[in-house]
Design a protein around this ligand. Structure first.
Ligand code: CS2
Ligand code: MN
Length: 347
């Protein structure tokens, strides 16, 4: 694996210089943030981004994410134009030599939590998802404060978008995803850009919106849509793992052996009820997921793609983007690196 770290571009308070100082980190995962959702990414912007990263002796190992326009997810008539734009972005990434592209197919919201600054007993702040609280939240009343979400809609737009989704069933969403993949995977193959879908987070329906990428069965259905290694997966332990029925080492072995996993996110969570969880520090002793077993599964499949610590807590008084401070993610990276080094020695 290539140990990587997410960087939010030049606006990020955490500089490439600081990231470079984290032992073992060799890759950067990032995106272009000043292009409107749905518009193509130009080759010049991509090259500039890549250049900045390489200047710090780091490699741009994955793009996370190219957002998929809602018209594609809803299946509006206008989707073809956005799919063409997406293909242009894939081609340009390929021309720049960037080979992993993450996306997700979650309607309207990306990752969702009931509290993004929940205080743990040791005083650190974490993200938490409590199903009962989320059920009472109303996105139209401004109850959601989520940095993972492109909140560029005004109230009216959000209202009509949510209304429109009332007519989109899970099956419709699958059909729209199928339509999208059938159009883009050939381009991805030609450009040598491996597509990696990120699972839904959490992996179940929220606010009455359909969510479909949530377990082994749905990952299988996804890879079957187009039988190509370029139609692949990003496995996020914290997202898929939020459903305790998902057996992560088993999923990793299954799809890793088939060369369909192109990107890995490592995050630990603690179950606090059915469909409720707290995000925790990375070590297995802190949460419900066995990180050694997870990394061992990657190791055994010969995983060579980018792997990054996902959300961290806010510790040592740090203020920053929820889930994306420096300190706890750096501790996560060091922990991952230690396990990997051990696996390397004993195998
Ligand atoms: C990320 C996701 O912060 C996170 O939890 O793992 O937001 C991820 O970037 C997207 O869902 C990928 O498209
Ligand atoms: Mn993730």
């Amino acid at each position: 694996m290539k140990l990587s770290f997410r960087w939010y571009g030049e606006e990020d308070d955490i500089s490439l210089n600081k990231i470079k100082q984290i032992p073992g980190v060799e890759g950067i995962v990032t995106a272009i943030y000043d292009v409107e959702v749905g518009a193509p990414w130009s080759l010049s912007k991509i090259k500039r981004l890549k250049g900045m990263i390489e200047k710090h002796d780091l490699e741009l190992t994955a793009i996370e994410s190219v957002p998929v326009h809602e018209d594609i997810k809803i299946g509006r008539k206008t989707r073809d134009e956005y799919i063409e734009n997406f293909k242009t972005t894939i081609k340009n990434l390929g021309k720049a030599g960037i080979n992993v592209l993450t996306y997700n197919f979650m309607p309207v919201f990306d990752w969702t939590r009931s509290d993004i600054s929940y205080e743990l007993p040791d005083g650190s702040k974490a993200l938490i998802y409590e199903e009962e609280k989320v059920k009472k939240m109303d996105p139209l009343q401004g109850d959601l404060d989520l940095p993972g979400w492109d909140a560029s809609y005004d109230d009216q737009e959000l209202k009509s978008l949510l209304e429109e989704y009332q007519k989109v069933s899970e099956e419709d969403l699958w059909n729209n995803l199928r339509y999208f993949l059938k159009k883009i995977i050939k381009t991805a193959e030609e450009a040598e850009v491996r597509m990696a879908i990120h699972p839904d987070d959490p992996p179940w329906s929220i606010f009455g919106l359909p969510r479909i990428i949530k377990n082994k069965e749905s990952l299988q259905k996804l890879v079957d849509i187009v039988d190509s290694p370029y139609n692949g997966l990003a496995i996020c332990s914290g997202s898929l793992g939020a459903d305790s029925d998902n057996n992560l080492p088993d999923v990793i072995k299954e799809f890793g052996d088939k060369n369909r996993i192109h990107f890995a996110h490592l995050r630990n969570i603690e179950y606090i009820g059915k469909k409720s969880f707290k995000e925790k520090a990375h070590p297995s002793s802190h949460g419900s997921l066995d990180m050694v077993e997870i990394l061992k599964a990657y190791y055994e499949t010969g995983f060579e793609g980018p792997l990054r610590p996902d959300h961290g807590r806010m510790i040592w008084g740090e203020k920053g983007k929820p889930g994306y401070g420096l300190y706890d993610r750096a501790l996560g990276a060091a922990y991952i690196n230690g396990i990997w080094e051990t696996l390397n020695k004993i195998y």
